[in-house]
Write a protein that binds this ligand. Structure first.
Ligand code: ADP
Ligand code: MG
Length: 536
């Protein structure tokens, strides 16, 4: 008699397992990489992504694109995660990491199909990765001396920017970014660099403000009478509302006669005047508050030749403290000099079609602002993202001052080295190492494809040159020739590559180690998710 089948999972559960599951996961990950591979490198193309609300984004940044793509295939989300983690850890190399991971998976696929146990591949890839990192560390060139370091930072920033929309003006922006990061305090807090976007004007009008600039806040009528320029002002930075508060909002009052009512109203006014007087007495010329500053206060300050602005965004206020010193006050009862900020000049200027307040020559000077100009909104937005990458790279390079040559140079050298190491191994492991080593060639290959250069020819030249011992031979996309990219100053922080290699290898090992996906029907609303390949 046949035993009845044991039903383990609920009806409707999708349960795929085994070799074919690993293969289809690999296929899905490669599809993700295919969607961004054409953006790699200086001649990489951009993607235009429209979301469900009709908002458009033009970007060349792997992490940005993948975040917007909304990928639903379970295993493929690992690709999005490595791009994101690369973005957080080092800020650049997000496309490279995804392309590299996909290539490693592609190289592993034939082995899986032939029935090799995934664990063998995982172990071999792990060891090969350690070897690659060791080699990378030994190749990285340390840059010493302040002058040389600045040069190095500018070059790293320029390399990052060369693959962006703003690549034509990369020299301008690279200097700007390095100056901005050099202003920061030792721990290089990212949020102390404000980025303000003002539409109109040319890209080259973008500049660094060594101080703080922000858009004139909402203001009342009295504002127009306020002076717009001060030398050496003291600045009170508040988290206090300077508005007439009708106490009837806060409490219930029972008043029997007009005199009592008048007393209440007078008291309300006096509370406000008292605050204003205290601020005035402290010697502050400029009053900034996170909370609203009402028309009475504005007029009162204007009468006393003071400037005020309310509803200032918190990050702007933090930067003011970073640049001008002082602290954010929550009470006006005891304001002494040390709590006030100061700067050399305060002024209000027109930038494009907007009015901006500028604080320059700040005493503490650990914050700054990048004012970005340019035509279309999407263009400025992409400029901002590009500068973010460059800022991250400069921060990283400043802390970890060793560099390697880009344009596929470092990848080819690692590939050559791993191949040599592989030859020392016996048995199947040798094939796995070879496969891993070959995966690195995708970077120069893709750079060539994207630039319309003959990739096969370039790869041959690169292999040849690396075999001869030219460690920095790479493809220079601007000159379209194979050359010493170290001398051509295509420099990248070694940390970017290190992180990319480890993250990509981890992703591959993770995908190889998944041999079963169980989809629970309860947690899912509509059965098959859109965009999911039919054969799982
Ligand atoms: P990612 O998101 O990975 O940073 P990019 O589109 O910024 O992707 O491309 C980075 C790649 O472009 C790196 O491998 C870098 O070495 C390469 N690259 C940058 N400038 C040049 C250049 N002038 N010639 C050749 N390759 C370059
Ligand atoms: Mg980049």
């Amino acid at each position: 008699m046949m035993a009845p089948p044991i039903v383990l999972l609920k009806d409707g559960t999708e349960n795929k397992q085994g070799k074919s599951q690993i293969v289809s996961n690999i296929n899905a990950c490669c599809l993700v990489a295919d969607s961004i591979r054409t953006t790699l490198g200086p001649r990489g193309l951009d993607k235009l992504i429209v979301n469900s609300k009709g908002e458009t984004t033009i970007s060349n940044d792997g992490a940005t694109i993948l975040k917007l793509l909304d990928i639903v295939y379970p295993a493929a989300s690992v690709m999005v995660d490595i791009a994101k983690s690369q973005d957080c850890e080092v800020g650049d190399g997000t496309t490279s990491v995804v392309v590299l991971a996909a290539e490693m998976m592609k190289r592993a696929k034939p082995f899986i199909e032939d029935g090799v146990h995934p664990q063998l591949l995982i172990r071999a890839f792990g060891k090969a990765c350690d070897e690659a990192i060791k080699k990378l560390d030994s190749l990285a060139v340390k840059v010493e001396g302040t002058e040389a370091q600045r040069e190095m930072l500018v070059k790293c920033a320029a390399t990052t920017l060369s693959s962006k929309l703003v690549s034509q003006e990369r020299a301008h922006f690279a200097e700007m970014v390095v100056d901005a990061v050099n202003i920061l305090a030792d721990d290089l807090p990212l949020k102390m660099i404000g980025i303000k976007k003002v539409g109109g004007g040319s890209l080259l009008e973008s500049h660094l403000v060594r101080g703080i600039a922000f858009k004139k806040a909402f203001s009342y009528a009295g504002f127009e009478m306020q002076p717009k320029k001060y030398a050496n002002p003291k600045i009170a930075i508040l988290n206090i509302e300077l508005e007439l508060k009708a106490e009837k909002d806060n409490a219930q009052m029972r008043i029997k006669n007009v005199a009592d009512y008048q007393a209440v109203v007078d008291a309300e006014w006096n509370i406000l005047y008292d605050k204003l007087q205290k601020i005035h007495d402290s010697g502050a010329k400029i009053v900034l508050s996170k909370l609203p500053v009402g028309d009475v206060a504005t007029q009162w300050f204007a009468d006393r030749d003071m400037f005020c602005a309310g509803r200032i965004p918190e990050d702007d206020l933090d930067r003011i403290v970073g640049a001008c010193g002082g602290s954010i006050l929550t009470t006006v009862s005891q304001i002494d000099e040390s709590l006030l900020g100061s700067c050399d000049t305060f002024s209000e200027k027109q930038v494009g079609s907007e009015r901006f307040n500028f604080f320059e020559g700040c005493k503490k000077a650990e914050a700054c602002t990048l004012l970005l100009r340019g035509g279309a909104d999407q263009f400025i937005a992409e400029t901002e993202r590009s500068l973010h990458d460059a800022i991250m790279i400069v921060r990283r390079a400043k802390k970890n001052d060793s560099v390697v040559a880009g344009g596929g140079a470092i990848e080819m050298e690692l590939s050559t080295h791993l191949r040599a190491e592989a030859r020392k191994l016996l048995g199947k492991e040798q094939f796995f190492w070879m496969a891993y080593a070959r995966a690195f060639e995708i970077i120069p290959q893709q750079l060539c494809y994207n630039a319309g250069i003959d990739a096969t020819d370039v790869l041959n030249k690169l292999r040849h040159r690396h075999a001869k011992g030219e460690i920095w031979a790479g493809i220079n996309i601007h000159k379209e020739i194979v050359m010493n990219n170290y001398e051509a100053f295509v420099w990248e922080p070694s940390l970017v590559k290190k992180n990319a290699i480890t993250a990509a290898t981890e992703a591959v090992c993770l995908v190889l180690s998944i041999d079963q996906t169980v989809k629970n029907p309860r947690t899912q609303s509509g059965g098959m998710m859109p965009g999911m390949p039919q054969q799982m």
